[in-house]
Ligand binder design. Structure first.
Ligand SMILES: Cc1cc2nc3c(=O)[nH]c(=O)nc-3n(C[C@H](O)[C@H](O)[C@H](O)COP(=O)(O)OP(=O)(O)OC[C@H]3O[C@@H](n4cnc5c(N)ncnc54)[C@H](O)[C@@H]3O)c2cc1C
Length: 259
C-alpha cells in the first residue's frame, strides 16, 4: 500500500505575525515554524495504516521554502519512509493560492510508474485556513474525497476505505474505492513523539528535493493584509466577591448591554 501524507509548516503560537503593506506581505523575522497540527494527524494515520497492514510505504510531501525540511525530518523520525520537498522560495510563498499548491502537490505525487492508494491531508492549515488544498488535489487527480475524518479503516484486499466523520448530531460512515483523498480531523489519532531511534534514522531516509519548479498560475491573488483592530484592554474587578459580582452585573447591563 502506497500512502501519501501532505504536510506544511505553520507559524508557532509564540510567533509574532507582522503584516507588511506590499509583497511578501509578512515580515518573517519574528516567525518560528512547526508542523500544521492537522497534518500531524495525517502523518500519524499513514504510519498507523502501515502498522495495521504490516507493510507499505508512507511518503510525506510538502510545498514550502527551505526551512520546511525540518518538518519533513520530524515526519521521517515519526515513521514516514521518504520525503518529497517541492522547494519554493519564501518570496514566492504568498503568490501560491490553494489551487497552485494543489497543482504542485499533484505533480509531486503523480510520479511516473508509482501508484498511490491513500492520500492524507490535514482538514486545514491553521494559519491560512482555506481548507481547500485536499479537496482541490482530489479533483485534480480525479479521486474521491472524504473531508474531516475521525476514523479510517482500510481494506487493502478490496481496495476500499470506510471513513467516519462527525456531522450535526451524528456520525456519518462513508465508504469509497481507493485510491482516495482523506482530510484528517482532531480525534483521528494521537500523534506520537518521534522515538530516539527514529530521530537517528531520519536523515538517512530518502529525501527528494524538487527545485526550479514552474510556478502554477494562481486563481486568487493577495491584494493586502490588514491589521486586525486592537482588542480593547480588559477590566480588572476590585473588592470582595459580592462587590465584584455587582460590578460585573452592572458592566454587563450598562456597558456590554448583554443582560
Ligand atoms: C503572505 C503569505 C505568506 C506565506 N508564506 C508561506 C510560507 O512561508 N510557507 C508556507 O508553507 N506557506 C506560506 N503561505 C501559505 C500558502 O500560500 C498556503 O499554503 C496556500 O495558500 C494554501 O492554503 P492554506 O494554507 O489555507 O491550506 P489549506 O487548504 O487550509 O490546507 C489543507 C491541507 O492541505 C495540505 N497543504 C496545504 N498547503 C500545503 C503545502 N504547502 N504543502 C503540503 N501540503 C499542504 C495540508 O495537508 C493541509 O492541512 C503564505 C501565505 C501568505 C498569504
Amino acid at each position: 500500500m502506497n500512502i501519501i501524507a501532505c504536510a506544511r509548516q505553520v507559524p508557532t503560537l509564540e510567533s509574532t505575525i507582522k503584516p507588511l503593506p506590499s509583497p511578501p506581505f509578512i515580515d518573517a523575522s519574528g516567525i518560528t515554524y512547526m508542523t500544521n497540527p492537522f497534518d500531524e494527524y495525517a502523518v500519524e494515520e499513514g504510519i498507523r495504516i502501515k502498522e495495521r497492514l504490516g507493510g507499505g510505504e508512507l511518503t510525506v510531501v510538502t510545498v514550502g521554502p527551505e526551512g520546511a525540511d525540518q518538518m519533513l525530518l520530524n515526519a521521517l523520525a515519526m515513521g514516514a519512509d521518504r520525503a518529497v520537498h517541492v522547494n519554493v522560495t519564501e518570496k514566492n510563498s504568498h503568490r501560491l493560492d490553494s489551487f497552485a499548491i494543489a497543482s504542485l502537490l499533484r505533480d509531486a505525487i503523480d510520479e511516473k510508474g508509482k501508484k498511490y492508494d491513500v492520500i492524507l491531508c490535514g482538514k486545514e492549515a491553521v494559519d491560512n485556513r482555506q481548507g481547500a488544498v485536499g479537496i482541490e488535489l482530489a479533483e485534480l487527480l480525479g479521486l474521491p474525497h472524504v473531508a474531516a475524518v475521525t476514523k479510517l479503516e482500510i481494506d487493502s484486499g478490496a481496495k476500499k476505505a470506510t471513513a467516519r466523520r462527525q456531522i450535526e448530531g451524528a456520525w456519518e460512515i462513508v465508504e469509497c474505492q481507493l485510491p482516495a483523498v482523506f482530510t484528517c480531523h482532531k480525534g483521528l489519532n494521537e500523534p506520537r513523539y518521534p522515538p530516539l531511534p527514529g530521530i537517528m534514522k531520519a536523515r538517512k531516509k530518502p529525501h527528494k528535493d524538487i527545485s526550479d519548479v514552474e510556478m502554477p498560475a494562481a486563481k486568487l491573488s493577495l491584494k493586502k493584509l490588514e491589521h486586525l483592530p486592537r482588542r480593547k484592554t480588559g477590566k480588572k474587578l476590585e473588592g470582595d466577591v459580592i462587590q465584584m459580582t455587582g460590578e460585573l452585573l452592572r458592566l454587563l447591563h450598562d456597558e456590554a448591554r448583554v443582560i
